[in-house]
Design a protein around this ligand. Sequence first.
Ligand code: RIB
Ligand code: CA
Length: 319
Amino acid sequence: MTPRPVIIDTDPGVDDAMALLMALASPELDVVGLTTIFGNAETTVTTANAIWILEVAGRADIPVTAGASAPLAAPYLGPVPQVHGANGIGGTDPVTPAGSAAAGSAADALFAAVAKRPGEVSILALGPLTNLAIALDRHPSIVDLVAEVVVMGGNALVPGNATPVAEANINNDPEAADAVFGAGWPIVMVGLDVTHQVNLAATAIARITGGETPEAHLLAAAVPTYQRFFEVTNGLDGIYVHDPTAVAYLIAPDAFTTERWPLRVETESFSRGKTWPNLNNTDEAVLPAWNGRPLVQVCTGVDANQVLALVESRLGPPR
Ligand code: RIB
Ligand code: CA
C-alpha cells in the first residue's frame, strides 16, 4: 500500500493533537507538512504546539509553516482556554519546542505541497479555513492540482457548538469558509453531523493516556481539560473526537455516508458561521444564493464504532 500524501492545516488544540498523532501513526497516510492557524489559540501558540507535537512524536523532519493570525474580514474571536487550556493544549504553561517554523506563509506552503505532486496530495483542514482561502486567492490552480480537501467543520442538519447555529472552525472565519466550499475543488465536509456521534468514552481515554510512550504522556497531560469541558457543558462521559474523525475519513471513507449538496456559509446576522446546504439542489432558480455553487460532499452518517476503534488502535497501546 502506498501511503496517501497529506498536508494538514491545524490549530492545536487538544483534538488536533490527537488527530496529528493519529495521522502520524497511520501507515495509510504520509504527512508531508503542517500549516497552522488561529482558532483554539493564537497562531503563535498553535504553531509552537504543532512543532512540539511533531518533536514528541519523533517527526521533527516534517515542516511546520505558520499561517494567518486573523480571519479574512473580522477580528479573531479569541482563544478558548476553557476547552483547550491556556496553552491551547490542555495545560497552562506555554510549550517550548526546540525547533521553529519554516520560512514562508501557510498559504504558499499548501500550494507548494500540492503543486509538487499534482493530483496526489490531499489537504486536511482541522481549523478555521483562512489559510485555504488565501491559497485559493493567490494560487487558483490549486483547485485542479489537489487530490482532495477534507474539512473538519460545519453543521448541515444539526445545531452548532460555538453558537446555537454555527460550528467553531467555520464560525472563526465564515468568509473564508464560504470561499473554500465554493471553490469547485473535490471537497468533503466532516462536520458536527458526524463528529457529534463519535464519543470517545472515558474508559477508552484512560487506555490511551495510560500508555508509556511519549505520545501517551502528551495526551495524558492534554486531554483532561478537554474532557472536563464536555463533562461540565454536555454531561458527556468522554469527548467528541472532532479532528480525529476527519483523519478517520481519510483512512476509512467507507465508514461514512455522504450527500452531495451546494453549500453556502452565512456571513451576516446572528446566524453568522452557519453552513447552509441547499437540500433541494435542483431548485437553483428560486435560490439564487446557491446558484452555480459546486457540490460539496457532506458527511451525514458514520459508523461511530468503526471510527472509535480506528482512533484507539492508532493512539492507544495494543489491546
Ligand atoms: O468544532 C470542533 C473544531 O473546533 C475542532 O477542530 C476543534 O479543534 C475546534 O477548533
Ligand atoms: Ca481543530
